[in-house]
Design a protein around this ligand. Structure first.
Ligand code: FE
Length: 205
């Protein structure tokens, strides 16, 4: 699924692994609701909202970036659903059934920007825990080319701010509540240690 050319009408992408492949960190029940209900609802609502508007023929990234600049309620609704559709597409690809330590270019970039993998994990965990309410924790390449950890609220996304996402962890409660209830930090720790697809981050670098 190339993420830079997602054409309308938008569809729910197939998961790159089985629903139970991320257990025990994320249960198949969570994945089933998260992908099949939450993500699907954003995609369906987006198609409904863009029908008959100038957004109808734009690729998903362009819908996100254009709607981010508009102020009316309709554009806000389009932004929320397009942002969530894009963020979830990116989230599924940020995880692998068989996670491995970063190697090569991404390993070097993590070391030079954070001081080491553990320092990166500490910064990411802290940011994810501090994100108030719903949102996303990200590893991004900023406008200056440096890697950093950031968070966005609700449907907001680094692509609306000129930053290049490398990885994301969904910190909306629907991503972890069935498995971890209110223990978001435990979920994020397990996610960082067991699920990150570093080869995906490397491709995005
Ligand atoms: Fe989500």
């Amino acid at each position: 699924m190339p993420l830079d050319k997602i054409k309308p009408p938008f569809s729910l992408p197939k998961l790159p692994y089985e629903e139970n492949a991320l257990e025990p960190v994320i249960s198949s029940r969570t994945i089933s609701f998260h992908h099949g209900k939450h993500h699907a609802a954003y995609v369906n609502k987006l198609n409904e909202l863009v029908a008959g508007t100038p957004y109808e023929s734009l690729p998903l990234e362009d819908v996100v970036m254009r709607a981010a600049k508009e102020k009316d309620a309709n554009a806000k609704a389009i932004f929320n659903n397009a942002g969530q559709a894009w963020n979830h597409n990116f989230y599924w690809l940020s995880m692998a059934a068989k996670s491995a330590e970063p190697t090569g270019r991404i390993k070097d970039a993590i070391e030079s920007n954070f001081g080491g993998l553990q320092e990166f994990k500490d910064a990411f965990s802290k940011a994810a825990a501090a994100q108030f309410g719903s949102g996303w924790a990200w590893l991004v390449k900023g406008k200056n080319g440096k890697l950093k950890v950031t968070t966005t609220s609700n449907a907001d996304t680094p692509i609306a701010h000129g930053e290049t996402p490398l990885l994301t962890c969904d910190v909306w409660e629907h991503a972890y509540y069935l498995d971890y209830q209110n223990r978001r930090p435990d979920h994020v720790k397990a996610w960082l240690d067991k699920l990150v697809d570093w080869s995906f981050a490397d491709q995005n670098l």
